[in-house]
Design a protein around this ligand. Structure first.
Ligand code: HEC
Length: 125
């Protein structure tokens, strides 16, 4: 590198000097961006991981995706559209489940399903 500069200085070739300085600047930028990318990449990985674990603990029970499937698999067809109990107790509506509360446990025995329904009943509507 030094020899290049010496040659360039001897020749006083300003144009070549500019090219070399430009290359040095590009190299510095590459090194700089490479160094900056690593820590920011690490924080990007760490942040969503933290958010997902904490939100999983406090996650709301979703009626459509978590509660309704339980009733669909156990209480079809009577409490769904076209069933004989749909007018009185429609199980595709969260209000019906809230109104009945733990009464549904007379027909739902699975522990994991009961826990989900209990969490749904205790959370704010
Ligand atoms: C084969 C049709 C049928 C299925 C399947 C069915 N039900 Fe019903 N359900 C009825 C009928 C008919 C009534 C009203 C007459 C009665 O009290 O039994 C009723 C009434 C109820 C009541 C009112 C209170 C009570 O105990 O009488 C609840 C609560 C209830 N069902 C929950 C459920 C749940 C939860 C499921 C699914 C795990 C379910 N039912 C599946 C037909 C059904």
């Amino acid at each position: 590198m030094l020899s290049i500069f010496t040659i360039l200085r001897k020749r006083r070739n300003i144009e070549s000097m500019r090219i070399v300085l430009g290359l040095v600047a590009v190299l510095l930028l590459l090194v700089e961006s490479g160094g900056a990318a690593k820590p920011s990449g690490m924080t990007n990985v760490a942040t969503p991981a933290k958010v997902s674990t904490s939100s999983a603990e406090k996650a709301r029970v979703d009626f459509d995706t978590q509660i309704q499937p339980i009733f669909k698999s156990n209480c079809m067809p009577c409490h769904f559209t076209g069933g004989k109990m749909y007018d009185r107790l429609p199980f595709d509506k969260p209000e019906t489940i809230r109104k009945l509360g733990v009464k549904v446990f007379t027909r739902i025995k699975a522990e994991d399903e009961r826990r989900l329904i209990e969490n749904f009943l205790t959370q704010a509507p």
